[in-house]
Design a protein around this ligand. Structure first.
Ligand code: HEC
Length: 124
C-alpha cells in the first residue's frame, strides 16, 4: 500500500517534467519483476526460466541505457546500465554452463547496481 502511494506521488511529480526522454515507471517495474523472478529461478536452479529472465533484463537495461545516453548529462548512469547488461549476459552464460553459484554472484552484483544507480538518479 505504501509503495502504491509512493509510485503515485512520483508519477505526479514526474508529470510536471514529462518529456520525450522520460524514464518510464513501467520500465522500472518490469525490471523489478524480472529481477525478482531471476533471483528465484536461480535459487530453484530453473535454468531455462533464469536465462529468459536475464535476457529480458538485458533488453530492458538497453532501454535504460538509451534513455540516459539521450539525456546527455548522466555518464555514470549510462555506465551502470552497461554494467547491468554485462551482468545479465554473464548470468546467461553461467546458467548455460550449469554454474548456478557464479550466476548467484552476478545476480547479487546486479542488485547492488540497482541501488547504486537509485542513490544517484532516483529522486525520492
Ligand atoms: C542506470 C540507473 C538505474 C539502474 C541500473 C536501475 N534503476 Fe531503477 N530507477 C532508476 C531511476 C532514475 C528511477 C526513478 C524513475 C523516475 O523517477 O522516472 C528508478 C525507479 C525504479 C523503481 C520504481 C520506483 C519505486 O519506488 O517503486 C523500481 C521498482 C526500480 N527502479 C527497480 C530497479 C531494479 C530492481 C533495478 C536492478 C535490477 C534497477 N531499478 C536498476 C534508475 C535505475
Amino acid at each position: 500500500m505504501r509503495k502504491v502511494i509512493t509510485i503515485a506521488t512520483l508519477m505526479v511529480a514526474a508529470g510536471a517534467a514529462r518529456g520525450a526522454a522520460e524514464l518510464g515507471m513501467e520500465l522500472m517495474q518490469n525490471i523489478e519483476d524480472s529481477n525478482r523472478s531471476l533471483a528465484s529461478n536461480i535459487a530453484l536452479h530453473d535454468g531455462k526460466a533464469a536465462i529468459a529472465d536475464a535476457k529480458d533484463l538485458d533488453g530492458l537495461f538497453a532501454e535504460v541505457e538509451t534513455h540516459f545516453t539521450q539525456r546527455g548529462d548522466a555518464a555514470n548512469a549510462v555506465e551502470l546500465s552497461k554494467k547491468s547488461r554485462s551482468l545479465a549476459t554473464r548470468i546467461v552464460s553461467a546458467v548455460s554452463s550449469g554454474d548456478f553459484s557464479a550466476a548467484t554472484d552476478a545476480a547479487t552484483d546486479l542488485s547492488r547496481t540497482c541501488r547504486t544507480c537509485h542513490t544517484f538518479y532516483k529522486k525520492e
